[in-house]
Design a protein around this ligand. Structure first.
Ligand code: CO
Length: 227
């Protein structure tokens, strides 16, 4: 067994060479500054890499990932990332990106014990509890998991909108648009959950519309079977 991971360094050299060949001066041009337009807040799951999914190069998306793409009001890590992205990098879009089949969301839904993460996943259980009456009526277990993956996106996007960082940006007239997306592990595709918020006055309406659309979609699947 290799202990020094030579293969990864080899792979890295091949990637750096290919990138530089395709675009001479690529790396030196990034030295001067990073100017990404986007802040991606997603799950730490190894199958959901922001740059690859978006087809973006180094320098094009600022990324924050944790278990189950949770945004907690008092999480200094997430807040620091958001403030740096908004105030210093002037990103124009923040996307909260969940994914179907999320292990963290599944643990929250089923009350599974994992370890330390149980305490983190509590935040997703708060989402489950908030929507419990409706969720209990959602068909089978797999469909319920899909629904909670989506609900978690809307709630975490709402949390983003409510941070002082985003509220202050809107207050001073800076363009910051918050989005809620979900990613399909099975097909590699992103889906817009249509929670798109561009100002403090839009938050409640955007959340309400997206939540309504989500419920209508799942209620239709329950009544008519899967599309
Ligand atoms: Co996940």
């Amino acid at each position: 067994m290799s202990t020094n991971l030579d293969e990864l360094f080899e792979s890295n050299r091949r990637w750096a060479d290919a990138t530089e060949r395709r675009s001479p001066g690529f790396f030196t041009s990034l030295l001067a500054q990073q100017a990404p337009q986007y802040l991606w807040i997603g799950c730490a799951d190894s199958r959901v890499p922001a740059n690859e999914i978006l087809g973006l190069l180094p320098g094009e998306v600022f990324v924050h990932r944790n278990v189950a793409n949770v945004v907690v009001h008092s999480d200094l890590n997430a807040l620091s990332v958001m403030q740096f992205a908004i105030d210093m990098l002037q990103v124009r879009h923040i996307m909260v990106v969940g994914h179907y089949g999320c292990g963290g969301v599944r643990a929250a839904l089923e009350g599974l014990r994992i370890g330390i993460a149980d305490n983190w996943i509590r935040h997703v259980q708060d989402v489950r509890n908030k929507h419990r009456t409706w969720l209990d009526g959602v068909g089978d277990d797999e469909l319920r998991l899909k629904a909670l993956c989506e609900l978690n996106v809307l709630e975490q996007a709402l949390n983003v909108c409510e941070t002082t960082v985003v509220q202050d940006a809107w207050q001073r007239g800076q363009t910051v648009v918050v989005h809620g997306w979900v990613y399909g592990l099975h097909n590699g595709l992103l889906q817009d959950l249509k929670m798109t918020v561009a100002g403090a006055g839009d938050v409640a309406a955007a959340y309400g519309l997206a939540l309504g659309a989500l419920k209508t979609r799942f209620d239709a699947i329950r009544k008519n079977g899967r599309p």
